[in-house]
Design a protein around this ligand. Structure first.
Ligand code: GUN
Length: 291
């Protein structure tokens, strides 16, 4: 039987509608309009598309969004100056530095410089530390989107074996950390695999929930999936002008129990979660008791 489709687009739309109402209520109470500042360095086409989508989504949710576009030759010092200006600007609540940054820039130093209270990506070490300790300030956007999809589709996680393929700071490591925590939509047994993992297929075949986040088109094949498993595809790869995930969707959907499509799965959730973090950031900075 073909897998049930996990419709991230529909879930994200519901969350964004609810968020627009919460934002309107917050602005009524405080006269503050949550404001996301996005920083885009260079002209990577995919990054340009993501930033444009984030900008449009903010405006639709009743938030302010400004995009700072810098040339590809921007220096470390110039980018650092902009981050510090945004940190100091009390009208800016969230700062998003779109990755990847050009090679001449020390990405870690830039991300570390973002005010942790404005760090809507949850990349700052203080926020990563809080997450690992199970007391998050912000949940990272893509992992949070995955967790919401698992909750919305009532996928059991307690005691389940989650196998994550990919160990990135943006997805692989944080989703592993979130699902291993105590609590609802968590309590899982987590294995994080990567390019050096031996006998990868024998591990992925043990997964009740398989999360593919390696950035390689159609890397996960049907032979790597346990019948009935829930398959979450984080990949967004462009092949011959077409978007494909990290999962071979056709063959895997014939064997999986549930699967996220690409596009329309995890991608829309990432943006919805970013907006939620921007409202959280505005609350943290407006109502100090919330900190
Ligand atoms: N590039 C790819 N994904 C992301 C993300 O979640 N946040 C940022 N800032 N850049 C990205």
């Amino acid at each position: 039987m073909a897998a049930a489709i996990i419709d991230g687009k529909a879930v994200a739309e519901r969350r964004r509608t609810a968020l627009a109402e919460q934002t309107a209520a917050f602005t009524r109470e405080t006269q503050v309009v949550p404001h996301l500042a996005a920083v885009l360095v260079g002209d990577d086409p995919a990054s340009g598309v993501y930033v444009k989508s984030k900008h449009a989504a903010c405006e639709k949710a009743g938030m302010k969004s400004t995009v700072h576009r810098l040339p590809g030759a921007t220096t470390q010092a110039e980018l650092m100056t902009l981050v510090q200006q945004l940190n100091a600007d009390s009208l800016v609540h969230g700062i998003l530095v779109q990755l990847p940054l050009p090679a001449q820039v020390d990405t870690q130093a830039i991300l570390d410089a973002v005010d942790p209270l404005k760090d809507v990506d949850a990349f700052h070490p203080e926020n990563v530390g809080l997450l690992v300790q199970g007391r998050p300030r912000f949940l990272p956007c893509t992992p949070h989107g995955i967790q919401v999809l698992l909750r919305e589709y009532a996928v059991p996680t307690a005691g389940a074996h989650v196998v994550v393929v990919g160990r990135s700071e943006i997805v692989g490591k944080p989703i592993g950390m979130m699902l291993v925590q105590k609590g609802a939509t968590a309590d899982a047994t987590v294995t994080i695999c990567h390019s050096r993992t031996r006998e990868l297929a024998s591990i992925t075949r043990q997964a009740d929930i398989l999360i593919a986040a390696i950035g390689k088109p159609e890397f996960i094949t049907a032979e790597m999936v346990q019948p009935g498993a829930t398959v979450i595809d984080v990949g967004i790869n462009r092949v011959d002008g077409k978007l494909v995930g990290d999962v071979a969707f056709g063959p895997v959907s014939a064997i999986a129990g549930r699967i996220t499509p690409v596009p329309g799965g995890v991608g829309p959730m990432t943006i919805a979660m970013l907006l939620e973090n921007t409202l959280t950031a505005a609350r943290l900075q407006t109502i100090p008791a919330n900190r």
